[in-house]
Design a protein around this ligand. Sequence first.
Ligand SMILES: NC(=O)c1ccc[n+]([C@@H]2O[C@H](COP(=O)([O-])OP(=O)(O)OC[C@H]3O[C@@H](n4cnc5c(N)ncnc54)[C@H](OP(=O)(O)O)[C@@H]3O)[C@@H](O)[C@H]2O)c1
Length: 253
Amino acid sequence: MAKKLIGKVAVVTASTDGIGYAIAEKLAQEGAKVVVSSRKQKNVDAAVEKLKSQNLDIVGVVCHVGKPEDRDRLVTTAVERYGGIDIFVSNAAVNPHFGPLLDCPESAWDKIFDINVKTTFLLCKAIVPHMQKRGGGSIILVSSTGGYEPSAVLGPYSVSKTAVLGLKKALANQLSSMNIRVNCLAPGLIKTRFSEAIWQDPNTLKSVTQNIKLGRIGEPRECGGIVAFLASDEASFITDETIVVSGGSYSRL
Ligand SMILES: NC(=O)c1ccc[n+]([C@@H]2O[C@H](COP(=O)([O-])OP(=O)(O)OC[C@H]3O[C@@H](n4cnc5c(N)ncnc54)[C@H](OP(=O)(O)O)[C@@H]3O)[C@@H](O)[C@H]2O)c1
């Protein structure tokens, strides 16, 4: 089958592990040149080595999305190494607060909204001019099914993911005239370090999977192909859309 993303350059945040890594791997397998990134040099090095061992065209850079100098380096690396940016996947997110919503300290609320929402906006602001130079592009923001149904225990995090859905809509409205499409991926429960508190405890896992039609949690690789599709010309008439990858757990009608 022909590769979907030959000639494209992709930047993926938080892509040395979990869903971000699976997305970076799939984009590169589809022919894109991919900039992988995360906070720790050793994680970047390990991810680059693993991906390069598959003969994929990859460059790695340290980028804590909350640090302005790191965001600059991420964008500059893509432009200097690969000549521009066509695809941006905003995947980084944090959740420093589990528990009742109103128990969330202000500092945790600020961190959640800074990393999950504000840095997504700031990176889009920095990357869009480069997409304009290429005549268009595709932005994919990683939200969550929690964004559709904010919960008491994951309150601030899930509200931040609702905000990401709103950001997607506002960006899609502004960027359509520039031939830049903006879509969201909304994963349900996916087996990563981020969610290990849920899947490592057999009782919690059992109760959670009861609400998943496919009867199991997802794997990171089950997110990669959807993002590659949204980034590709196969999705050329899709913007301001969200694709839910949740095994049929509750999201929306
Ligand atoms: N897993 C789920 O069930 C689930 C469900 C719905 C939505 N999501 C969303 O999917 C996305 C990815 O989640 P995941 O489960 O794959 O998480 P994960 O496994 O915890 O991802 C960890 C990755 O993020 C990097 N990272 C962490 N903080 C970062 C920061 N501030 N800046 C840059 N990189 C950072 C880590 O590397 P370093 O340690 O080197 O920084 C690592 O590469 C998030 O937006 C999350 O909200 C996940």
